[in-house]
Design a protein around this ligand. Structure first.
Ligand code: FO1
Length: 312
């Protein structure tokens, strides 16, 4: 049984490759929920939806989030009414949030709702939210902004297009949160734990902040393989490189190795960073060099094989 620690787009791409080389029923994905928010009265879980849609083959390949072939009639009319339309919710994507919100109001847990949506969409990978309790990434900006110095993740990521420097971040609610049912047991019993190439600070960071998760991973360190989300000092998508630098880390594979060293035994880095393999080793993390840029599902499948081999 494989456990994958997943954030958004990069994780979904690797998972789509992984299920081409192993039985999906052998895979459990533990997914970040600290990007979740309530908007228009609806509970939106972007990373859970991105992973679900991608594994169902329904994902919008251009944006990396939402559904392919979307229509936008609701957003257009909401804009005409003067409603909030900065967060783009397609007509069919809205049905997902309507379904989730209704089920949560009936007392279902996020774990249950996620499993219902995955089953409905034919996804055999077990998808677990990191927690059924609310954990929300909050960022304190280094400069004032129209929405204030202390902003939610989606305000930072979408409204401000993550184009503002960050002074600090924290995960509201993490200290009171429980890992979702099955999360700790999956980590403890997995043959291999894969840390997907997600943003180390705002996608993987929240998972580690849920009490018990980091300790469970530390106990499995020799069976944890991470794929670096940083290639040649840059993030392939999103603000990971800038956030690493702004928060005092190196935006390099060595910086990622140092950040992960207490719970990750092996780091897979791209061939572009082959010269930094010794720096990764000096951080106490075993280093494997391979192509990590997943332009196609075939490339993601090849990378998945590298990760499985690295895990033994
Ligand atoms: N990202 C954007 O940059 N702009 C959007 O309008 C947007 C809408 C959106 C709606 C549903 C959803 O599940 C994701 C959406 N995202 C959007 C992406 C989202 O902000 C990110 O996927 C994660 O929160 C970070 O991985």
């Amino acid at each position: 049984m494989l456990v994958a620690l997943a954030g958004g787009v990069g994780a979904a791409r690797l998972l789509a490759g992984l299920v081409r080389v192993v039985d999906p029923a052998e895979v459990t994905a533990v997914v970040n929920t600290a990007d979740d928010m309530v908007l228009h009265g609806l509970h939106i879980s972007p990373d859970l939806d991105t992973v679900t849609y991608t594994l169902a083959g329904l994902d919008n390949k251009e944006t990396g989030w939402g559904l392919a072939g979307e229509t936008w009639a609701v957003m257009e009319w909401l804009e005409a009414l003067g409603g909030e339309h900065w967060f783009r919710l397609g007509d069919r994507d809205l049905a997902t949030h309507l379904y989730r919100t209704q089920r949560l109001s009936e007392g279902a847990t996020l774990t249950e709702v996620t499993a219902e949506l995955a089953a409905r969409l034919g996804v055999d990978v077990r998808l677990l939210p990191m927690s059924d309790d609310p954990v929300r990434t909050r960022l304190t900006l280094a400069e004032p902004s129209p929405v204030g110095p202390d902003v939610s993740f989606q305000h930072y990521f979408v409204r401000l297009r993550h184009s503002v420097p960050v002074a600090s971040l924290h995960f509201e609610g993490a200290d009171r949160a429980q890992p979702a049912p099955g999360v700790l047991e999956a980590i403890e019993t997995a043959d291999l734990v894969i840390c997907c190439p997600s943003n180390p600070l705002v996608s993987i960071g929240p998972l580690l902040a849920v009490p018990g998760v980091r300790q469970a991973l530390q106990a499995r360190r020799s069976d944890v393989v991470a794929v670096s989300p940083i290639v040649a000092g840059h993030a392939l998508k999103g603000p990971a490189d800038r956030l690493l630098r702004e928060l005092g880390h190196d935006s390099s594979v060595a910086g990622v190795a140092r950040l992960y060293a207490d719970w990750v035994g092996t780091l897979v880095i791209d061939e572009a960073d082959a010269a930094l393999a010794d720096d990764v080793a000096r951080a106490g993390v075993r280093c494997v060099v391979a192509p990590t840029v997943m332009g196609t599902p075939e490339r993601a499948a090849t990378l998945s094989k590298v990760v499985l081999d690295a895990g033994g």
